[in-house]
Write a protein that binds this ligand. Structure first.
Ligand code: PMV
Length: 311
């Protein structure tokens, strides 16, 4: 077998990864908890033994920085590897705080291993995916996952709890400062960094317990605490990292107003302007309708499974 394809879903952290305790090994400074979401996905094919290294993104050759990252990941996993052709597509925007690196490195890792004739355990695949992008470790198990150390582990499968994540897209386009540079700037310059590190483990435990208990209010409160603590380290970095747009703030207020009306809607944000609103799946149409006048568009995502080989 020298060709294989894989699919992986993005995941959104309810308790955030932000900061590295070991940069070379890409180990996290704080534990994170996430939910994999579909139907959005990345689909990647790897073919070992090509005439030259080639990375295609959609119908075109990938941008050089994108291709370099993918090939560097393969160099690290397979030192002295043969040349390869990689073809990847996303059915959602890349690099705008919508977790494309998570699904991208998860799909690349699974496809590359399968094309090499290997069948590593999910734990090993998660360790490998982590080397490309920390959040990719969590897209390997899919569903609800926790990442504390070398590999992410599953907490509950996607069907455990009928929730939805309503993504309010408030700005299109690639982010100005990527996650790795952003977290390193926060760690190096924010006076609130020590507080971020000390609060993280308790927030992750709280979120894991809330998922197991299917307690949306408890999970929502932990998720918002993690989100705003992370953004506090961004806002207080030097120079500050402000990913928010005016419509970001408007969505935060709209979610709070929904809660006052008795609709359980809780917000999270990553290194970008979009707001993701966690709610029960039955409430997703109400939440999406409330956000539609503010956002450019809304997309309702549902819990999804892990990264897997496809024909
Ligand atoms: O996996 P990376 O290096 O793209 O970092 C992801 C960082 C956040 O999205 C901000 C938080 C998270 O846990 O996904």
């Amino acid at each position: 077998m020298s060709v294989a394809s894989a699919v992986a879903h993005p995941n959104i952290a309810v308790v955030k990864y932000w900061g590295k305790r070991d940069v070379a090994a890409n180990l996290p400074a704080v534990p994170s908890v996430s939910l994999a979401l579909g139907p959005w996905h990345t689909r990647t094919q790897v073919r070992w033994g090509a005439d030259a290294d080639a990375v295609r993104f959609g119908a075109h050759p990938a941008p050089p920085a994108f291709a370099a990252k993918a090939l560097a990941h393969l160099d690290r996993l397979f030192p002295g590897r043969p040349r390869c052709a990689v073809e990847t597509t996303n059915d959602f925007p890349t690099g705008a705080g919508l977790a494309s690196s998570a699904s991208g490195f998860a799909a690349l890792t699974v496809a590359a291993a399968a094309a090499a004739g290997l069948d590593p355990s999910p734990d090993t695949l998660s360790r490998w995916a982590r080397l490309g992008s920390g959040s990719a470790s969590r897209s390997i198990p899919g569903g609800w996952a926790a990442w504390w150390d070398e590999a992410a582990r599953p907490i509950a499968p996607p069907e455990w709890w009928p929730v939805a994540m309503v993504v309010a897209v408030v700005a299109e386009g690639e982010k100005a400062v990527g996650s790795t540079a952003g977290m390193q700037r926060s760690a190096a310059t924010s006076p609130y960094w020590p507080a971020w590190l000390s609060e993280g483990p308790a927030l992750a435990r709280e979120a894991e317990d809330a998922v197991r208990a299917r307690d949306l209010e408890r999970l929502g409160a932990a998720m918002e605490a993690s989100t705003f603590q992370m953004h506090a380290t961004m806002h207080t970095a030097r120079p500050p990292l402000i990913y928010w747009q005016p419509a970001t703030v408007a969505v935060l207020h709209a979610a709070a107003a929904l809660r006052q009306r008795g609709v359980g809607a809780w917000v999270t944000m990553d290194a970008g302007p979009q707001v993701k609103v966690l709610c029960l799946a039955d409430d997703a149409p109400t939440v999406a309708a409330a956000l539609a006048p503010i956002a450019l568009r809304t997309v309702t995502l549902l819990p999804a499974g892990g990264a897997r080989r496809v024909p």
